[in-house]
Design a protein around this ligand. Sequence first.
Ligand SMILES: [Zn+2]
Length: 140
Amino acid sequence: MKLNEKIKEYRKIFNLSQEQLAEKLSVSRQVITKWENDEGLPEIGNLKAISKIMGISIDYLLDETKKLEYPLKRRCIRCNIEMIENFDIKVEGAGYGIKLTQHGLFKDNLGKIQCAVCPECGYMETYIEDTNKVKKLLKK
Ligand SMILES: [Zn+2]
């Protein structure tokens, strides 16, 4: 995927209008339109800023062999800010976290449930770190 497509797709993933992204980068909206239409390339400074805003590396942005990937850092769906990840959920009175398992008794443990918290509004999102076991279920 080319750089212009990635900029456009990531802008949508983060629910930013061209105006909003332009504002964050201190450029005009027309500049964003140009980049997205592949009529011009961002300068290195802007590329760095895009990489920071979207939480993706410059290497990845520039590598056309790479497909669209969701950014590594989870963002709050309300505040659109980076969430703090890797909290454990503990059941009070028990020393263990909650595990995700397939439906039924004695089924495979699919992974430890972890939690991310938005430092701004406290919104919590749960996820499992290693999705390989879940992916394998898809293939069955
Ligand atoms: Zn939030």
